[in-house]
Write a protein that binds this ligand. Structure first.
Ligand code: ADP
Length: 266
């Protein structure tokens, strides 16, 4: 049994405003073990961003709890890293690739040698050794997102949260970045919570896929992806089991969109 890393319990979120309240998250519970790669999918506007903000301690929930490594999350946890879709805005244009990867490490008590080792190792892990001295604006979108991933790898978080990270890159780059995420998970045992609206991506990447209902959100399905850990863009996606799983998730998301799934009694 792997130990529980992240525990979300009866999470609720109501946005309050002068024009009325919006119940974004109805009641979400799920847990994630150390070393797992879990994908979250759901229709647009179902509350994925709200959920991630609550998990990352950036937004106060209205009810329920989030625990990371047994500690209640009440603000941004130091042992968590985030990678967003908008890589352009998450990198500092006046810092080199190396400088960007180094930045969060300055808050850790590390010697110069240790810090350099972590940076070198992370740049190698994402295939950017040659670009260390470049500036982000000199790189393609896919390479910029690799810098953001290298920064997260170097930081050595207990959990990496990725919010639609590849939505803005072309299909070939996206496939390469998906394989990079699989590799980081398999070879380094990284625990990754990956939010996407791409159903095929969720099945290709995840060990589990959590399907969210439409807002106010609850967990409509928590599906185990029983594909072999070693995955490949061509052979895995051609497997009959892959097609079965993606069809199943697709149907679930359609039901979620139409609000057809029945919420179990609490
Ligand atoms: P997703 O990321 O799945 O597209 P969001 O978490 O952005 O969904 O939004 C979930 C629901 O909460 C939507 O109905 C959205 O309109 C509402 N919402 C999101 N942010 C706010 C806010 N700051 N104030 C009021 N309502 C919000």
């Amino acid at each position: 049994m792997r130990e529980t890393l992240l525990q979300v319990e009866h999470l609720k979120k109501v946005y309050e405003s002068s024009t009325g309240n919006v119940e974004a998250i109805g009641d979400i519970s799920f847990s994630m073990s150390a070393g797992e790669l879990v994908c979250i999918v759901g229709p647009s506007g179902c509350g994925k961003t709200t959920l991630l903000k609550c998990i990352a301690g950036l937004l106060r929930s209205t009810g329920g709890t989030v625990e990371l490594d047994g500690k209640r999350v009440t603000g941004p946890p130091p042992n968590m890293a985030l990678v967003f879709q908008e890589y352009g805005r998450s990198l500092y244009p006046w810092l080199t690739v190396r400088g960007n990867v180094e930045l969060p490490l300055k808050h850790k008590k590390l010697s110069r040698v240790e810090r350099d080792q972590l940076i070198d190792d992370a740049l190698e892990a994402v295939g950017l050794e040659q670009a260390a001295k470049s500036y982000p604006w000199q790189l393609s979108g896919g390479m910029q997102q690799r810098v953001a991933i290298a920064r997260a790898v170097a930081y050595q978080p207990e959990v990496l949260i990725m919010d639609e990270p590849f939505a803005a890159v072309d299909a070939q780059t996206r496939a390469d970045l998906e394989d990079l995420v699989r590799r980081l998970h398999l070879e380094r045992g990284m625990s990754i919570l990956f939010v996407t609206h791409d159903i095929d991506e969720s099945v290709y990447l995840g060990e589990r896929v959590i399907v969210l209902s439409k807002s106010p959100t609850w967990v409509q399905e928590d599906l185990t992806i029983d594909l072999a850990p070693e995955r490949d863009q061509i052979t895995t996606r051609a497997l009959p089991r892959f097609t079965e799983l993606r069809t199943h998730v697709y149907e679930q998301v359609q039901r979620a969109k139409r609000g057809q799934a029945v919420r179990p009694a609490a």
